[in-house]
Ligand binder design. Structure first.
Ligand SMILES: NC(=O)c1ccc[n+]([C@@H]2O[C@H](COP(=O)([O-])OP(=O)(O)OC[C@H]3O[C@@H](n4cnc5c(N)ncnc54)[C@H](O)[C@@H]3O)[C@@H](O)[C@H]2O)c1
Length: 355
């Protein structure tokens, strides 16, 4: 079992517990739930099929009244319309400020349920139980919650920290391969920006079974890196920007194809490679690092080549990037594997990245 403590600005502290089989052992964590009466589990249909009954059963054994709200899987549910529907369901249940929301699922469920928790009755407690790799290593930690507005991703939201994160890497056994590969994009990112040791370890796996066996350790490493960055910069005004390695180009690629052709992890993989190609040309990154990055992306079945895109449309999407400060964009580059720095580039330089 790995336990990581996350402390943020106003001294709010929460634990991130990572353990194989943890969802079968919630009953042992009775003290973490004893102040609640009602618990509402928000989950999606796919995740509910595998895990809802077992989580519900154990919480009921702790004497809690347990309710479930099951949403349609996928990004489509990260909307204001779905948020409103959930508010009405919480009202029907009679949820009060001393009750608890549990987000049981991937990043979609986590972001949506977290946003609901942040805003319903001006904020009620919530716990993250991430079930996808992306949610385990990234979205369940850091407190970013929110929903989309049409094709504008995560444009409505808040910073709202969970009370607890319970991560069971065994859930990855039922995660479709496509999403495992997707999550590996983020795992590789952590190696690139902060740990050459993690990167080398990822390079050494020959079979998926070996990777899964080591997941508790790998997730703990990624979460520790994210925790350190988030603790230093909760609201993303400085160091937290390194977590966006590969994301500027990645977001453009995702949006250009309306989130259909590439998953988030695939788009970030392309972004990481392309920005590193630029920083190598500029003499910031060693060519060995670029070579290793390409090798690892290929090993995990992730793309690195920029797809063909219309330049005008690219400029239109890029211009809407929330990270622009005037005409300047802060982007993360890696001088070598395991080390990140932020450089400022001008808008026309950013456009050149898509040539
Ligand atoms: N808040 C943050 O800091 C942050 C960071 C990165 C990404 N995100 C958000 O996360 C979302 C993507 O997350 P995601 O990739 O987890 O997508 P997702 O939640 O849609 O999950 C992917 C798919 O896997 C299924 N699934 C999840 N866990 C499963 C399991 N154990 N077994 C079987 N099926 C399972 C889901 O039903 C879904 O179909 C995006 O909306 C993105 O914006 C948020």
């Amino acid at each position: 079992m790995k336990e990581i403590v996350c402390t943020i600005e106003n001294n709010h502290q929460y634990n991130i517990i990572i353990q194989n089989g943890l969802l079968d052992q919630i009953g042992k964590l009775a003290n973490l739930f004893d102040k609640y009466k009602n618990v509402v589990i928000i989950t999606d249909k796919n995740v509910a099929k595998y895990y809802l009954t077992k989580v519900k059963k154990q919480l009921r054994k702790l004497g809690l009244d347990v309710y479930a709200i099951i949403i349609t899987p996928g990004e489509i549910s990260k909307s204001l319309a779905e948020t409103e529907e959930i508010y009405y369901k919480l009202q029907d249940i009679g949820v009060t400020r001393t009750d608890l929301i549990i987000a049981l699922g991937g990043g979609v469920v986590g972001d949506l349920a977290g946003f609901v928790a942040a805003t319903y009755l001006r904020g009620i407690d919530f716990i993250q139980m991430p079930t996808s790799l992306l949610a385990m290593v990234d979205s369940s930690v850091g407190g970013k919650v929110g929903v989309d507005l049409g094709f504008s991703k995560n444009i409505i939201g808040s910073f709202y920290q969970p009370k607890l994160v319970l991560t069971d890497p065994k859930c990855l056994e039922t995660l479709p391969d496509k999403y495992l590969t997707d999550g590996m994009g983020e795992v590789i990112k952590y190696g690139c920006i902060s740990s050459s040791k993690l990167f080398l370890r990822l390079m050494s796996f020959q079979y998926q079974e070996d990777l899964l066996e080591d997941m508790e350790e790998i997730i703990a490493k990624c979460v520790t890196i994210k925790r350190n960055v988030v603790e230093a910069d909760e609201k993303e005004s400085g160091i937290r920007r390194i977590l966006n390695f590969g994301h500027t180009i990645g977001h453009v690629v995702e949006s250009y194809f309306k989130f259909k052709r590439f998953t988030h992890g695939e788009a970030v993989a392309i972004g990481m490679y392309q920005i590193t190609k630029m920083s190598t040309q500029e003499g910031i990154t060693t060519s060995k690092a670029l070579e290793n990055l390409r090798y690892i992306l290929e090993t995990y079945g992730l793309p690195w080549e920029l797809p063909e895109m219309d330049k005008n449309k690219v400029i239109e999407i890029l211009s809407k990037d929330k990270k622009f400060e005037g005409d300047t964009l802060n982007v993360c580059v890696i001088p070598k594997i395991g080390q990140a720095e932020i450089v400022k580039i001008q808008k026309d330089q950013a456009i050149q990245l898509f040539k």
